[in-house]
Design a protein around this ligand. Structure first.
Ligand SMILES: Cc1cc2nc3c(=O)[nH]c(=O)nc-3n(C[C@H](O)[C@H](O)[C@H](O)COP(=O)(O)OP(=O)(O)OC[C@H]3O[C@@H](n4cnc5c(N)ncnc54)[C@H](O)[C@@H]3O)c2cc1C
Length: 432
């Protein structure tokens, strides 16, 4: 009885000239993949309304599906659910955006002028796309044919429209000069387009070009070797250290800079241009120098995922400074670490769980093929299945298409999926 009165007082909110004042034990800022998974775990053990989730989005997207939407396999409506149906019942959702963090005073201010006080905070704001940073790009995406991008719910369905209308010419795919979520996705769509054009008998009329700002095709050597075989076998041109800097949509021109020779520009015409935009953490986090590092990411210990300055703050997912590949698969593995370490801090115990940098990337290489890359902080393969996963396999494609979405909605956002570590141990043990 006393406990329930205390809880009500803690969560008391009152109105003063339209702004509300909230208080909670744990504030989760961002209810996307990572935030939702941890909020689900915490709210189960902490009880009703002890966890508050601050997130302005009406819809919760399963973004890994965007690649297959771009390829025409799914439609946008298959990729989302309403946020109210996804966030845990036991947690309180504040449908608003964080605009100012005050970690010394343990509170956050929101766009609507509310103040939320917390005992503990989890930063889970993800990465935002900065299409406006490339002159001509937004205008092209909105008003011109030929330009598309899988990286936004606004434009992802345009990709397949552009592909269906393709007749001949250059199809160009870009990777920006910034950190991105799912570093494999900029080239997955390239392989789907290649496969689509072959199936429709017009591949010989197309020149496929992958222009990437990175110095490598993929960060992990084992999979990079496999991908070089794919691009060479399919007559795809790859230009490393080549960054899209401008689009002239009225002339179907894309301008690229050679990052090894700054100022050296090349203009290419396109019939199809798939752009992966520059990305950054949301400004409220990026501009807060107490919470973020120089690059704007929440400054956490890469093992414990606990903030380096504020011991009651943790981060998960794309907005965290942990130097892993930014994927939902990484957030799944991090969710158990964050949950256990946060709980340990609350209970006055030692923080023991360590994240090994696990990330996975299902590199779709066609409409029935996929290389399942899995690796750790050291960029060493950390494969779940007791086979060498650098091969294009139909089984991995089927897993990406059918199993992973179901696993996401039924297990991960409900707090029951921590990545495949246990399965990996069992499978490898059974093979010994
Ligand atoms: C095209 C594409 C393909 C992908 N493919 C894969 C794949 O195959 N496999 C894979 O594992 N991953 C893939 N990913 C990456 C994966 O979707 C992300 O890594 C994952 O969703 C990150 O989770 P997160 O919680 O960090 O961020 P998100 O899930 O993006 O959630 C961030 C949340 O923060 C909220 N937010 C933002 N700003 C604020 C603010 N100021 N205040 C409050 N809330 C805020 C947002 O509304 C959002 O709900 C892909 C992504 C894309 C775009």
């Amino acid at each position: 009885m006393l406990l329930s009165i205390n809880n009500s007082l803690r969560n008391l909110s009152w109105k003063s000239s339209r702004s509300l004042h909230y208080g909670c034990k744990v504030l989760v800022v961002g209810g996307g993949t990572g935030g939702c998974a941890v909020a689900a775990k915490l709210s189960k053990v902490l009880g009703k309304d002890e966890v508050h989730i601050l997130d302005p989005s009406e819809r919760h997207y399963y973004q890994p599906l965007f690649t297959l939407i771009g390829g025409g396999v799914y439609s946008l409506k298959d990729s989302y659910k309403l946020q109210k149906d996804v966030l845990p019942d036991n947690a309180k959702w504040i449908k608003d955006r964080a605009v100012e963090f005050n970690p010394k005073q343990n509170h956050v201010l929101t766009a609507m002028g509310h103040k939320i006080e917390y005992d503990y905070m989890l930063l889970a704001l993800g990465l935002e796309t900065n299409y406006e940073k490339i002159p001509g790009l937004l205008e092209g995406l909105k008003n011109w044919n030929g330009i598309c991008s899988n990286y936004s719910e606004k434009y992802v369905e345009k990709t397949f429209q552009v592909l269906k209308n393709f007749e001949y010419g250059n199809a160009i795919f870009t990777y920006p000069n910034s950190p991105v979520k799912c570093p494999g996705a900029p080239q997955k769509i390239l392989y789907l387009v290649d496969d689509y054009l072959r199936k429709n008998g017009i591949r010989h009329k197309a020149k496929l070009i992958y222009n990437t700002s990175l110095p490598v095709i993929f960060g992990v050597k084992k999979y990079a070797d496999a991908l070089w075989k794919v691009v060479n076998g399919r007559d795809i041109e790859v230009n490393l250290r080549t960054n899209l800097v401008e689009v002239k949509p009225d002339r179907n021109e894309a301008i690229f800079e050679n990052l090894d020779k700054p100022g050296e520009m090349q203009t290419l015409t396109y019939s199809m241009l798939h752009v992966t935009p520059p990305m950054s953490t949301p400004s409220a986090l990026r501009n807060n120098k107490e919470l973020s590092n120089q690059a704007g990411f929440a400054d956490v210990d890469p093992g414990t995922l606990r903030h380096t300055t504020f011991s009651n703050v943790f981060a998960i997912g794309d907005c965290s400074s942990s130097p892993n590949s930014k994927t939902a698969a990484a957030a799944a593995a991090q969710s158990a670490v964050v949950f256990h370490n946060l709980k340990a801090v609350m209970d006055g115990k030692e923080v023991k769980r360590i994240y090994d940098g696990y990330a996975s990337c299902p590199l779709v290489t066609g409409y029935s093929k996929c290389i399942l890359a899995e690796f750790n902080y050291n960029l060493e393969p950390l494969e779940t299945f007791p086979i060498s996963q650098d091969r294009e396999l139909t089984s991995m494609y089927l897993m990406k298409k059918y199993l992973m979405p179901s696993l996401y909605w039924n297990l991960m956002v409900c707090g029951y999926w921590n990545g495949p570590a246990t399965m990996r141990k069992l499978l490898h043990l059974s093979m010994k």
